[in-house]
Design a protein around this ligand. Structure first.
Ligand code: ADP
Length: 604
């Protein structure tokens, strides 16, 4: 990474920090300056106080210096405490803002990106790297530390000016002191560079270890996996997996500490050597009267603080550069584009409900997949029509719906809504015309009403109507809190567990509540037997009224009430027509599947 890139990343990160919390960054900087200043007040005034006592100054002067030493120290400490407390409040807010920033990005991401393994890996890496030390917030501390060190350098050098102008200390001695300071600084820079390298290596090694530990930790606490874990005796595997990962972390720590310790020793030895020489020079100067006794401690402390500040500054800048590699990855997550949002056309609101959708030679391959999931699909249907999509598992039915709802864009061909490519429509508006109940639908651990409305605020009457229409009425009446009842126990101890069948009714109620022109049922009934599935589908057909309803099933009998049935096979539409017409084609796929499944619906 070149200096230009380092600077660009730094400036982007600083801007982001300011946007996240201006208050916190200002508090942190102010705190760094104050705490650095608070170290010099006692050094300066106690030297004055000591000299005043030793050299027989009037009692008033002694009292003034004593007052200033204690009083200023007290004031600075009071201010520091206030800034620290304010900083903690801002810090909590900052973490919230950071979490929202991640959530917003995750929610606004294309569906294909959320499914992408590389993106998932990138996100867990960023999370784990944050836990390992390198992150956006590391920058706050480094910047604040840097500002604190600069403040110390300014204070130290201004207090040391008088040392270098002292008449009683020879020029060679002074030059010797400067040489000593420089040697320690160079040694510090080299050692910190090595230490930094060891730390980067350590953080790098631990990313995967942390990801693994986190996964095991979550698995152990995941109550939805609790039954399988107990029934199949997986406890040992989970505990030993976690222990293995944690031991690896422990070994990495040991190795880092062993390697790092030798780079700490030279700095300590040289600093103490310089301190010793400095005391000798200053005591000799004090004995000859060239320097006051009070100044001995002042000069020694200032030189030590100067050394600490300069090496701190160097180390902070080295760590900032290492952190930039992390920040680069961090920003690459936020830079993942969302091409879905490029369209701007509004979806025409037609009173006559005359919408039609057309697939024109559509082919699709999942990102990273070797073969096509859909091949040359051509189909046209109107709003108000009932369409059934049937075919064996894996034949491409769900993929067809994902493309229709723009969860993915076709690899080849186009999908038209009223003759316009759906990519040209505003994405949110286009999405709003679909209600889909997927096979693996999700319910959230929020209230029943919020699940039905898929929103925080909901219209209770509408939610209750949708739930009753979906066949959830009786269960709803048995719930003491009605639509305010929480599902599951994640957010409420009174949360209720719902069965697979009940969950499916809630998911259907969600589709009814949305009241979108297109309603899709993608085998959300997988838990039901074929006869019950048929009942749900034909009941839903009555409920869907004027809307376009698309039914997907690998069970042909469930969709036989539809006049418009398309048959998928290996990603292609192989037949299209009514149940009777398709069954009449004895060599067709529909006939073959019907025969194979006949045993299920003899009584249906
Ligand atoms: P159906 O709904 O008819 O059971 P799908 O549309 O789910 O079939 O799947 C069609 C093909 O696409 C299958 O071969 C399946 O393995 C593949 N497929 C489905 N989802 C993904 C995915 N996210 N990534 C890669 N391949 C997928």
């Amino acid at each position: 990474m070149g200096p230009g890139e380092h600077l660009a990343i730094l400036s982007r990160a600083v801007k982001m920090l300011f946007t996240l919390s201006r208050g916190y960054i200002l508090c942190t900087i102010f705190k760094a300056v104050l705490s650095s200043a608070s170290r010099y007040v006692p050094i300066y005034f106690s030297a004055r106080l000591l000299d005043a006592i030793l050299y027989g100054a009037p009692a008033g002067v002694v009292a003034r210096y004593a007052g200033l030493t204690v009083g200023l120290g007290f004031l600075l400490n009071l201010l520091l405490t206030w800034v620290s407390v304010a900083g903690e409040v801002w810090e909590d807010r900052l973490y919230l803002e950071r979490d929202w920033m991640f959530s917003e990005k995750g929610m606004g991401m294309e569906y294909s990106s959320t499914e992408n393994h590389g993106v998932a890996l990138l996100l867990s890496r960023i999370r784990e790297e944050s836990n390992s030390g390198y992150n956006l917030f590391f920058l706050y501390n480094s910047l604040a530390a840097g500002i604190g060190h600069v403040t110390s350098i300014v204070f130290s050098t201004s207090l040391l000016v008088s040392f270098f102008t002292l008449g009683g200390v020879g020029t060679t001695t002074k030059l010797g002191m400067v040489a000593g300071i420089l040697t320690i600084l160079v040694c510090g820079i080299l050692c910190t560079a090595q230490e930094n390298k060891i730390n980067v290596e350590f953080f790098h090694k631990n990313v995967n270890v942390n990801i693994m530990t986190g996964k095991y930790r979550r698995l152990a606490g995941d109550y939805s996996a609790g039954m399988e874990i107990r029934l199949y005796g997986m406890e040992k595997k989970i505990v030993s997996g976690r222990a293995e990962a944690e031991m690896e972390f422990y070994h990495n720590c040991m190795e880092r500490n062993k390697k790092g310790v030798r780079f700490l020793v030279p700095g300590i030895v040289l600093t103490h050597l310089l301190k010793f020489c400095l005391y000798l020079v200053l005591i000799a100067a004090a004995l000859s009267g060239a320097v006051s006794v009070g100044s001995i401690a002042k000069y020694v402390a200032c030189i030590m603080l100067l050394l600490e500040a300069v090496s701190g500054l160097v180390s902070a800048s080295q760590r900032l550069c290492s952190n930039n590699y992390y920040l680069k990855r961090f920003f690459s997550y936020f830079d993942i584009p969302n091409d879905m949002y490029q369209g701007s056309l509004t979806v025409e609101k037609r009173l006559d409900n005359e919408y039609y959708v057309e697939f024109v030679d559509v082919s699709f391959r999942y990102p990273g997949a070797g073969s096509y999931a859909l091949r040359h699909v051509n189909l046209r249907f109107r709003v108000g029509e009932k369409l059934a999509v049937v075919g064996m598992n894996g034949s491409g039915k769900t993929t067809f719906i994902k493309l229709l709802c723009r969860l993915y864009d076709p690899t080849e061909g186009e999908i038209l809504l009223n003759g316009v490519d759906i990519r040209k429509y505003d994405y949110d508006e286009y999405m709003s015309i679909f209600s889909v109940v997927f096979q693996d639908f999700s319910l959230f651990s929020f209230t029943l009403g919020q699940n039905v409305a898929a929103a925080k605020e909901y219209d209770e009457e509408r939610a209750v109507t949708a739930l009753r229409r979906a066949g959830f009425g009786e269960r709803l009446d048995a719930m003491p809190e009605g639509t305010e009842t929480y599902l599951y126990k994640d957010y409420s101890a009174q949360g209720v567990e719902v069965s697979g069948g009940e969950a499916q009714k809630i998911a259907i109620a969600r589709a009814l509540y949305k009241d979108a022109p297109f309603i899709v049922l993608d085998e959300p009934t997988a838990a039901l037997d074929p006869v019950s599935e048929y009942e749900v589908y034909s009941k839903f057909n009555e409920l869907s009224g004027e809307h376009t309803a698309i039914y997907i099933s690998h069970r042909l009998a469930s969709c036989r009430f539809c006049d418009n049935i398309v048959v998928f096979d290996a990603g292609q539409i192989v037949q299209h027509g009514s149940h009777e017409a398709l069954l009449a084609q004895e060599c067709g796929k529909y006939h073959e599947l019907w025969d194979a499944q006949a045993q299920y619906y003899v009584s249906a």
